[in-house]
Design a protein around this ligand. Structure first.
Ligand code: FES
Length: 114
C-alpha cells in the first residue's frame, strides 16, 4: 500500500491507488485550499510532487495549468492520483501567509531600531 507524505506538515498517510491527493489531504487533515471542490476549475489546489511517480497529467490539468507551472512539476491535487509508489507532496505556502510574515518581520526590525 503506497504512502503519501505531505510537506511542510510532514504528515504521512496510507493510500489506495487511484485516490487523489485532495482526497488524501482531507483524510490526513492537511489543508489544501479549494473553491471548486475538485473540478479542476479554481486552481487553488496546486501542489508539487517532489518524490515518486503519480498519474500523468489529466485533461483538466493539461488545459488549466500554465506551461510554467507544468515545467516546475506543479499538479492539481484534485486531479493527480496515487499509483503504486510512495509520494512526497509539497503544498505551497500561501501568499497571504508570506506577506503577513514579511510585514511582521519588517515591523520587528523597525521596533528594534527604536
Ligand atoms: S480543487 Fe479546484 S482546481 Fe483543484
Amino acid at each position: 500500500m503506497p504512502k503519501v507524505t505531505f510537506y511542510p506538515s510532514k504528515k504521512t498517510i496510507k493510500a489506495r491507488p487511484g485516490q487523489t491527493i485532495l482526497q488524501l489531504s482531507r483524510v490526513a487533515r492537511v489543508a489544501i485550499p479549494t473553491r471548486c471542490d475538485g473540478n479542476a476549475a479554481c486552481l487553488l489546489c496546486k501542489v508539487t510532487i517532489e518524490k515518486g511517480t503519480a498519474s500523468p497529467l489529466s485533461a483538466g490539468e493539461e488545459r488549466k495549468l500554465a506551461e510554467r507551472d507544468k515545467a516546475r512539476g506543479m499538479r492539481l491535487a484534485c486531479q493527480v492520483r496515487v499509483l503504486e509508489e510512495d509520494l512526497v507532496v509539497r503544498i505551497p505556502e500561501s501568499r497571504w501567509k508570506s506577506v503577513v510574515e514579511k510585514a511582521l518581520e519588517r515591523q520587528r526590525l523597525e521596533e528594534e531600531e527604536w
